[in-house]
Structure formats: structure tokens, C-alpha cells
Design a protein around this ligand. Structure first.
Ligand SMILES: NC(=O)c1ccc[n+]([C@@H]2O[C@H](COP(=O)([O-])OP(=O)(O)OC[C@H]3O[C@@H](n4cnc5c(N)ncnc54)[C@H](O)[C@@H]3O)[C@@H](O)[C@H]2O)c1
Length: 330
């Protein structure tokens, strides 16, 4: 199988492509380095030569018309390229983000439709569920309650439109499709740039740069919670869907995440514990955005398809800090 992975230089893209190369899948990667890193592509190229698998990379802005002669025609597409970022970036760039993601998703589905590519996997987000259903650690999100739609941000709206495009593409009989819905993903190869980073990398970087006894500023009350999932667990599930001999539609709308929500206070405590010798002090800053109060996934479908969360948040955060220190990312 030859798989095209968009967003190849990003966090989930890099984790997924490593897995696919381990499974001897030929991979075509595409990214425009909006947020992904060339160091991730270098890593994937060396992983390909170590595993003896084939990896080709093409720099391409998917918000523009796709030149379909640029790369070989794949048998399957996993579409991960979209603008995704930390909460402040999302709320400060609502128009650009919506506009960009609609363009990217429409171009990718137009390309697949034109080339009659047999398999297409899109990734949706828990942020597309109505804001009023995201009220705390026990707020389980069920697919049936996604409509009437009322996402909190244009990011959530853009990804919801991506799901709808995916559903409609799947009706044309040339392409099997599914949307896999992700909760909050963190892990190796992520963005640590504080202007766009998501909560875990952002707190790790801030904590690393503080001196002994200084204050770690945490956005919101700290009581807001999320279902965090390591990108390696996400990559495993996406790989199993891509390689499955079953119809892709059985994976449609499977939610992936931790069954338990972890508060941002707890995440901060795990991080400062790692830097224990610095004796950092937590301060919760309610003047900064914090997003929905909390949510957890309905894992019924994912579990029936073999999903297991192998990496607990405490271990995943520790692994991420070790990796970031060793890779000089923070
Ligand atoms: N990280 C999360 O918590 C999370 C949760 C739910 C869903 N998702 C979805 O998963 C996917 C991957 O997210 P990620 O966390 O790996 O983020 P990421 O930012 O690391 O990866 C996205 C990649 O897309 C690329 N990209 C952006 N615009 C592009 C364009 N115009 N042309 C080509 N490439 C472009 C970026 O450079 C980046 O490498 C996204 O679709 C995101 O919406 C992520």
C-alpha cells in the first residue's frame, strides 16, 4: 500500500508515519511547515532508511489548488494537515483559521474525488461538539449529541465541516471514508513555540525556563480538564484503521482519548514534579483563556475496534519532557 499523509511534519503525522514505515507501508508525506518541523522530516527519512521502507516528502501548501502531478497517486490518504494550535492562538485568529482549514479540507477532498483514491481517513476533534455539553470531568460526548451544532470556536466549526465533507465524499462510491475523532493529543514532535503551542508543551517549556522558586503561570482556574492522549496511542489506532481489512466506515466517528479527564492543575503538578529541585510555585491566572470546562470521550466504538490507551498521562508527560530535553526542543 502507498499512503499519502498530509501534515507529515506535525506531531501526529510524524508519529503515524514512523508506525507506517515500521509496517513496510510506502509513505508520501506532504506539509508546508506552517507548524510542522523540517527536523521531523529528517527523522522520518532516517527512520525509512533504517527500516528499509520508502518515504518521500513534498513541500506543498494544501490551501492552494493541489498540483496532482507533484506526487505519485496513493492508494489511501490520512489527512492530518490543518491549522491547530493553543487556545489563545485559536481565539485570536478565528477568521484566518476557519478560512484556511476550509480551503485545505476542500482541496484535499477534491483531489481524492478527482483521482478516485480508494481509502480516506480524516481526523476530527472533540472541539466540534457543542460548547454547552463540555461542562467538566464527567461530561461524556456522544456522537448523537453533536447536532444541533454549537462549537465554541471556528476551529471546532472548521473540523466539523471537514467531517461533513468526509461523509459526503464517502457517498460517491469511489472512496471509502471515515472520520476518527481525537480528544487532546500531546507527545513527541510537537510544537513548543509559546505563541502557538498547546497546553502541555507550553507548560513544559515555561517550567523548564523558570529559575528556582519562581512562579509557573497557568491559564484559567486549573479546574478545567481534558481527556489527554499520547500521540503514540493515536498513531497506533490510525495505523490499525488504515491497515484494516474491514470497511473503513466501521471506524467512522470512533472517539479516541483517555477515559478519565485530567485537570490542568494536575497536569501542572506532574510537570513541576519533574523539575522538583526548582521548587516551582503554581499560580492560576483567570485573565487568560481556558476554554471549555471539560469533556471525556465515549469510547464504546473505539474499544470495540481494539483501541487501548497504553500510555498513562503521568508516563507520557515524563517521556515528553525527557524527549524534549534530549532533542533540545526546550
Ligand atoms: N493535537 C490535538 O490535540 C488534536 C486534537 C484533535 C484533532 N487534531 C487534528 O489532528 C491533526 C494533526 O494535528 P497535530 O496535533 O499533529 O498538529 P500539528 O500542527 O503538529 O500538525 C498539523 C500539520 O499540518 C501542517 N499544515 C498546516 N497548514 C498546512 C497547509 N496549508 N498545507 C500543508 N500542511 C499544512 C502543519 O505544518 C503541521 O505540520 C489536525 O488535523 C488536528 O486538527 C489534533
Amino acid at each position: 500500500m502507498k499512503a499519502l499523509v498530509t501534515g507529515a511534519a506535525g506531531m501526529i503525522g510524524t508519529a503515524l508515519i514512523k508506525n507506517l514505515l515500521d509496517n513496510s507501508i510506502e509513505v508520501i508525506g506532504v506539509d508546508n511547515f506552517f507548524r510542522g518541523k523540517s527536523s521531523n522530516i529528517d527523522l522520518l527519512k532516517s527512520h525509512a532508511s533504517e527500516t528499509g521502507s520508502n518515504f518521500e516528502f513534498y513541500e506543498c501548501d494544501l490551501s492552494k489548488n493541489i498540483d496532482d502531478t507533484l506526487f505519485p497517486i496513493p492508494d489511501a490518504v490520512v489527512h492530518l494537515a490543518d491549522v491547530v494550535a493553543g487556545i489563545k492562538y485559536v481565539f485570536n485568529n478565528e477568521f484566518e483559521l476557519l478560512n484556511q482549514n476550509l480551503l485545505i479540507d476542500a482541496n484535499v477532498t477534491s483531489y481524492i474525488n478527482k483521482k478516485k483514491i480508494p481509502r480516506y481517513i480524516y481526523v476530527g476533534t472533540a472541539c466540534s461538539f457543542p460548547k454547552h455539553l463540555q461542562n467538566g470531568i464527567n461530561s461524556k460526548l456522544f456522537e448523537e449529541s453533536k447536532f444541533p451544532a454549537a462549537p465554541e470556536s471556528t476551529y471546532g466549526w472548521s473540523k466539523l465541516m471537514g467531517e461533513i465533507l468526509t461523509e459526503q465524499l464517502g457517498k460517491n462510491k469511489n472512496t471509502e471514508t471515515c472520520s476518527i475523532i481525537l480528544h487532546n493529543v500531546y507527545g513527541f514532535y510537537c510544537d513548543f513555540d509559546l505563541s502557538r503551542s498547546q497546553v502541555i508543551p507550553s507548560l513544559i517549556k515555561k517550567a523548564k525556563n523558570l529559575k528556582k522558586g519562581e512562579i509557573l503561570d497557568v491559564w484559567g482556574s486549573g479546574e478545567q480538564s481534558r481527556s489527554f492522549i499520547d500521540a503514540r496511542d493515536v498513531a497506533d489506532f490510525l495505523t490499525s484503521a488504515l491497515l484494516s481489512s474491514k470497511p473503513l466506515k466501521i471506524f467512522d466517528k470512533a472517539q479516541i482519548g483517555d477515559p478519565y479527564a485530567t485537570s490542568i492543575k494536575r497536569v501542572s503538578e506532574i510537570i513541576i514534579k519533574y523539575f522538583d529541585e526548582k521548587k516551582l510555585i503554581l499560580r492560576f491566572n483567570k485573565n487568560e483563556p481556558s476554554g471549555d470546562l471539560g469533556r471525556i470521550p465515549d469510547l464504546t466504538k473505539a474499544r470495540s475496534l481494539g483501541f487501548i490507551q497504553k500510555i498513562k498521562i503521568e508516563d507520557g508527560i515524563k517521556d515528553l519532557i525527557n524527549w524534549a530535553l534530549q532533542a533540545n526542543e526546550i
